[in-house]
Design a protein around this ligand. Structure first.
Ligand code: ADP
Ligand code: MG
Length: 634
């Protein structure tokens, strides 16, 4: 035992304490994953060393044979993992094994409910990592030395996982990290060669470097135990370099967990090798669930980049557009230089063409998923639909393809679930319908009951109901799908095209003519509260409705802009009334101009309320309504 100096005791960050507690209490049914996590870290550490050694070969210190060794001691009830990767300095150890660096961690932890079943799902979004050692160990000792530091600058970290840890400076001859797990008394099953070998085969076969276990040698009586001979127990080749047909689903899934730091299997993956002008392999995954930080700007995104099998960087963001930031995976290029940097990636034309090819791959994979596994795709849409909606604005070239992947609520779908695709919508469109009709609004309840839908209900025409914050913005980028243009049913002068018969149109014109006088009277009464007054063809039950001008901002966009403190151009609605409605007939027959004015204003305000807007002068509305109510009761 070497001398320990500068020993100190430090507390874990609060979030680590919470994570440790959760892990120990909720992952008991799947304890063996601790080994996967520690091997995954060792493999990352070796990747990092290999990369840094490209420019600083002295980091290898003569020992270029990179590997992980797992050993055990039945008598001491310990399992030990050793790697000769990049290692950690004392500062590294304190930060990496004492805190969680991910942004938004504290917020995430607030979501923990205390219900272990629910929380163990949450933990999956988070990734378990190093701290999973404490699922099986009641003490963990880490000995590490960062490559390039002197042997005297090793570090010993030790903790019982209960709120604090100790660090001390020690001598460590070899670079890299050794982790000793002191197994809990009930966990001695893990101090066993067969058990360890099976766990490694199950979870870590895809790890690209050798994982060695001591060979089982029968003890010879009267002789000392010989020094262990080591044997490699995993396949030890980069998974993405193997032919697709030879890789089992389970291997793809375990590889995903390793690179994505996810706990759950992915929904789908796409593994490809490209040869020709550019040469690269890619393995792309769709996760089953959104990470907790999907909407955080600084959240990690991007692919793991390898150049000729050598790991180069994590979170290489230049290979996929932002709206596909949830995709995880690996890209291994034969064309890039090993000392490529993020800055170079942003400018390199090679990257541009890789990016568009990889984007296509992802969209194809999603198309396939939607077609072959509609239930799974529903889940995908719930998790990532909002992000996919950023697509049409960001990725012009693939607009149509992305539009095909969108899912909407509609007047024909139950409960406002977003399940209707545009293809499905068009397939069941009415004879003669050459438009895709939609309505945007704040909530599903509001749009579902909107007076704008009355004529569509009467004619049995489906309308897409869009209530996500991003929807109005999205629709401003979608002009058509499959040659059919989109029509906002709350906008402009609704033209149902062929869906209205010639007779209907003629009849409507006739009615409009007879109401010209009423139109003028209302115009005078409402003054500049509206931009126009006209007879409506879209109402069956409601007396009046507000239409948005063809070029004006919709309600949602206006509210978003206002909330962000921007000046919104003033736009006035178009007031449309239903000539057949009893209230309008009453209005038409009203001789008293004051009462006519009050009633017109009430109808205007009610139409605004029905559209989900707020009133500019609610008190005036109440006053007018009450006045009428009083008159009614005399
Ligand atoms: P993650 O792997 O998702 O980053 P972990 O909790 O598994 O999270 O590990 C935390 C950090 O500790 C790693 O990011 C790495 O910096 C460091 N670390 C863990 N194990 C090793 C190791 N064997 N060698 C070097 N660094 C390590
Ligand atoms: Mg890890």
């Amino acid at each position: 035992m070497s001398v320990e100096t500068q020993k100190e005791t430090l507390g874990f960050q609060t979030e680590v304490k919470q994570l440790l507690h959760l892990m120990i209490h909720s992952l008991y049914s799947n304890k063996e994953i601790f080994l996967r996590e520690l091997i995954s870290n060792a493999s990352d550490a070796v990747d990092k060393l290999r990369f840094e050694a490209l420019s600083k070969p002295e980091l290898l210190e003569g020992g270029a044979e990179l590997k992980i060794r797992v050993s055990f001691d039945k008598d001491a009830n310990t399992v030990t993992l050793e790697d000769n990767g990049i290692g950690m300095s004392r500062d590294d150890v304190v930060t990496h094994l004492g805190t969680i660096a991910k942004s938004g961690t504290a917020d995430f932890m607030k979501n923990l409910s205390g219900d272990q079943k629910k929380d163990s799902h949450l933990i999956g979004q988070f990734g378990v990592g190093f701290y999973s050692a404490f699922i099986v160990a009641d003490q963990v000792d880490v000995f590490s030395r960062r490559a390039g530091l002197a042997a005297s600058e090793g570090v010993h970290w030790s903790s019982k996982g209960e709120g604090e840890f100790e660090v001390a400076t020690v001598d460590k001859a070899d670079r890299g990290t050794r982790i000793v797990l002191h197994l809990k008394s009930g966990e001695n099953e893990f101090a066993d060669g067969w058990r360890l070998r099976n766990i490694i085969k199950k979870y870590s076969d895809h790890i690209a470097l050798p994982i060695e276990l001591p060979k089982e040698v029968a003890a010879v009586e009267g002789e000392d135990k010989p020094a262990p001979e080591w044997e490699t127990v995993n396949r030890a080749s980069a998974l993405w370099t193997r032919p697709r047909t030879e890789v089992k689903d389970e291997e793809y899934q375990e590889f995903y967990k390793h690179i994505a730091h996810d706990f759950e299997n992915p929904l789908s993956w796409s593994h490809n090798k490209v040869e020709g002008k550019l040469e690269y392999s890619s393995l792309l995954y769709v996760p089953a669930r959104a990470p907790f930080d999907l909407y955080q700007r600084e959240a990690p995104k991007g692919l793991k980049l390898y150049v000729q099998r050598v790991f180069v960087m994590d979170q290489a963001e230049s290979f996929l557009p932002l709206y596909l930031r949830f995709i995880k995976g690996v890209v291994d290029s034969n064309d890039l230089s090993l000392n490529v940097s993020r800055e170079i990636l942003q400018k390199d034309p090679i990257i541009d063409s890789m990016k568009s090819a990889l984007t296509k791959r992802v969209l194809d994979m999603l198309e396939k998923l939607a077609k072959n596994e509609p239930e799974q795709y529903k889940g995908f849409w719930k998790n990532f639909g909002q992000v996919m909606k950023e697509g049409p604005a960001e990725d012009f070239a693939n607009k149509e393809k992305i539009a095909g992947l969108l899912r909407f609520a509609s007047t024909l779908a139950e409960d406002g679930e977003q399940v209707v695709s545009l293809a499905e919508y068009l397939a069941r469109a009415k004879e003669g319908q050459d438009k895709i009709y939609f309505l945007t609004g704040e909530t599903y309840a509001q749009v579902k009951n909107s007076p704008h839908l009355e004529v569509f209900r009467k004619k049995g025409i489906e309308v897409l109901l869009l209530t996500d914050r991003i929807d109005e913005w999205l629709m401003s980028y979608l002009n058509e799908f499959d040659g059919k243009s989109f029509v906002d049913v709350a906008r402009g002068d609704l033209d149902l095209g062929n869906l209205d018969s010639e007779e209907d149109k003629k009849a409507a014109e006739e009615v409009a003519k007879t109401k010209e006088g009423l139109v003028e009277r209302i115009k005078t009464a409402l003054g500049d509260a509206v931009s126009e007054v006209r007879v409506s063809h879209r109402l069956t039950d409601s007396p009046a409705i507000l239409a948005i001008g063809e070029q004006d901002l919709g309600l949602q966009m206006r509210q978003i802009l206002e909330a962000s403190g921007q000046k919104v151009p003033d736009s006035k609605p178009i007031f449309e009334f239903n000539p057949g409605h009893p209230l309008i007939e009453k209005l038409d027959a009203e001789p008293d101009e004051d009462r006519f004015g009050d009633l017109s204003h009430i109808l205007l305000d009610q139409a605004a309320l029905a559209a989900g807007d707020s009133l500019k002068d609610p008190a005036a509305y109440v006053r007018r309504l009450n006045k009428l109510l009083v008159e009614l009761s005399v």
